[in-house]
Design a protein around this ligand. Sequence first.
Ligand SMILES: [Zn+2]
Length: 376
Amino acid sequence: MDGYDVGSVHQFHEHIIIKGYAMRAKHMMFFLLSLFLALSFIPVGSMAEAPQVGYIDVHSHIFGITGGRGGSTDYPGAVKKALSQMDKAGISIMLVMPPPFTGGQRGVFEAYDFVSAIREYSGRFAFLGGGGTLNVIIQNVAQSREISPEVRTRFEEQSERLVTLGASGFGEVTAEHFSLSSSHPYESTPPDHPLFFLLADIAARHDIPIDLHMEAVPQDMQLPDDRRLKQGNTPARLKANIAAFERLLAYNRKAKIIWAHAGWCNTGQRTVKLMDEMLGRNPNLYMTVKIGKDSMEETRPLTSEMKIKGEWIDLVRKYPDRFMIGSDQFYLTPMSPLRQPPGRLESITAFMAQLPQDLAYKIGNENPKRIFKLGK
Ligand SMILES: [Zn+2]
């Protein structure tokens, strides 16, 4: 991890607990007084809104692009925005990553661009890399299963560079990404493509996970007749990908693969039953929960009244070690020309507050620390 310590906040808390009895009375009084002062500045409203159990959000995006000339950026501004939201929502640590870019897209960035901004806040952030480089290579050669030695070498070198930089995983990469507007790319690569196999081997070698965005298509199907989906460039006919995804999972069982966005589905096919079967067959499969009204209602974890669905509690209870929270919240610099994306943390807060506390603690804290080796 190259001296980049994401666990210092937690180590600090543990230190207070373990060494607390040994603290001299003077120090204890000072500590209590500071705590009292700190608490008195937290507005009552934000305490009521925060989930009962604080959590780690393992899938978020920061955007530093300012819209100024020459592609100028302000990642520190985006990070400050993220921090203030984290404190309000009870997010202890956030994992940020570039989204799954394509080569021709404007404003492509990679973890190198934002890493110095998050390192200002040791213990609050970690990152994944590859969305701006590895995913671009994958989508470029998606149509061919013949990979030239040059592409293979470039892909491996890029992966190793990200690991050296301190990436806690590879992401965000995609096998099936719908286009939701004319400027939002449609991306489709078979999950059993040789570059996904190669990435699985590299991830296994370093024992870091892959974060994969993939709409669920169990069989070839028509794009659902939905106004939102038809605004983009997604083709009317979709190719099956679940069997190919299971070939990727079986190819290297030491590669941990996180299927991002459980609960945010645009085909209506990522049902609790499908996820249950896949988790049962694939011990190296993990999932992160994302909730938003911009998805098919029947596959969301919450009802329209924000009540958690019983089948979701049962699913998490059945596989308590395989779920995490990945809100997919975007944080823009105040100078951003982009439209402010929808807030996703309120629904995550509602989901976490209605999960049994032991499960909420596991998916919000234990699992991310173990899977991403945070605090080590
Ligand atoms: Zn995604």
